[in-house]
Design a protein. Structure first.
Length: 427
């Protein structure tokens, strides 16, 4: 339950000059001024007067009567009661500070047991998410869904569907692909009612969006270094906080790096998300973003983290000097880990319409995107932009969509599922 100190050797037995460096370092580590971890140190100690003549102590006697150190009841009670907390002391290089939430003392570590959700609870959460997704895309869902009420399956219906898809930001190229596939499905299956056409459109759109559906694998390498990019106001820093919450609930250990050093509010915002999720944040005011990214990779490896997420400053694709700096951050990350960054994610606003295509094209050319996070699908977004991405419109590459966000709550960032998204769009 607790340990005792052995009596220090008599200084006359051997001088400090005769001791080896190893012995000297051990003596410092186990001295009362530097007690071992987990040892209860008494507040005061009674000086021990050596006997005039010490008799040799055999190993058997020493085991039977080990030397003891007196302790105070107050120190022992305080240790059992868990008084005080100890903060995580992180070693940061290049002057980068490690901001960490306070942790309980190691001797009194508390293990949180998270019980798995029951099937009923999981089903309720999934139904709630689908309802929020349909509500977020209600504008498009109502626009397209209303076309199938009390109509015949004829050429007029296909023309109205074509117009509705273009108005939903799907773009001409994606709309042509969808309508062509829908016509073939209706003809092949001999669908003669409007409800059957709507079900066929849902299936066609699901198949069209499947190219964007890809799971986020966090077990491929450790730590998984994720670089987050995006334009100003897309919800980049907020998405990082929500993503940290989601990854932690899947069992991953997460480290955040505040690489957006130009905007003080971004750094403070990420620190707040770190406190909320109880994860460490590496940050420094006015530091070089590349230096913060470099140190975060080394810190993640040293601390045994599963995921290291690096925030970067928001920038427009037309700001060439900032895009060049983004390339520099990527190069410096590769110096810390030749295989990193393993994921380069672009956060896009779901309300941006066809402008999303220009963002994807510019950031992909600069840093090589591996995935997208689509935010703000909360009632005003049209949602058809993802159909344009899947179609490769305007020369963009169909970059996978890992997550979509439909609200401000911390759990409102969910994996992208093509069938669910298609059902919300079609209505």
């Amino acid at each position: 339950m607790f340990r005792f100190f052995k009596k220090k050797p008599n200084p006359t037995d051997s001088s400090a000059e005769d001791q080896s460096p190893e012995l000297a370092s051990q003596e410092v580590e186990h001295s009362p001024d530097h007690p071992p971890a987990g040892t209860i140190v008494p507040e005061t100690q009674t000086p021990v007067t050596p006997a005039p003549q010490e008799q040799p102590v055999t190993s058997a006697q020493e085991a039977a009567h080990p030397p003891q150190t007196p302790f105070r009841r107050s120190a022992f009670a305080a240790a059992l009661g868990g008084a005080g907390t100890v903060g995580i002391a992180g070693v940061a290089t290049a002057g980068v500070a490690l901001v960490a939430p306070a942790q309980p003392a190691p001797a009194l570590e508390t293990i949180e047991i998270i019980e798995p959700a029951t099937p009923e609870q999981s089903e309720e959460k999934r139904a709630s998410w689908l309802a929020r997704l349909k509500g977020g895309l209600a504008k498009t869902g109502q626009s397209i869904g209303s076309l199938f009420i009390g109509v015949r399956v004829d050429e007029a219906l296909f023309e109205e569907l074509e117009t509705a898809l273009i108005m939903a930001d799907a773009g001409v190229e994606a709309t042509e692909q969808l309508i062509k596939a829908l016509r073939q499905r209706v003809k092949r299956d001999r669908i003669e009612d409007a409800e059957g056409v709507r079900q066929a459109l849902r299936e066609v759109l699901t198949e069209h969006l499947k190219v964007l559906e890809k799971p986020f694998d966090i077990g491929q390498v450790k730590p998984l270094v994720v670089m987050i990019t995006g334009v100003n106001g897309a919800g980049k820093t907020t998405s990082i906080g929500k993503l940290a919450y989601a990854l932690q609930h899947s069992g991953a250990r997460v480290l955040l790096a505040a690489g957006d050093t130009f905007r003080a509010a971004a750094r403070q915002q990420l620190i707040e998300w770190g406190d909320r999720n109880n994860v460490d944040v590496i940050a420094q005011e006015g530091a070089d973003p590349a230096a913060v990214a470099f140190d975060s990779v080394h810190a993640g490896r040293a601390r045994g983290m599963d995921v290291v997420m690096i925030d970067t400053a928001g920038r427009l694709p037309t700001q060439l000097h900032l895009m060049d700096e983004l390339k520099k951050i990527r190069r410096v990350i590769a110096k810390a880990d030749p295989t990193a960054p393993h994921e380069v994610l672009l956060v896009v606003d779901g309300n941006s319409g066809q402008n999303v295509l220009a963002q994807i094209r510019a950031f992909d050319a600069a840093v090589g995107l591996t995935g997208l996070i689509v935010t703000k699908l909360d009632g005003t977004a049209k949602g058809g932009t993802l159909a344009a991405v899947a179609a490769g419109s305007q020369g963009v590459r169909p970059v996978p969509v890992y997550w979509i966000g439909v609200g401000e709550k911390i759990e409102d960032l969910q994996p992208f599922v093509a069938a669910e998204f298609a059902a919300a769009v079609v209505g």
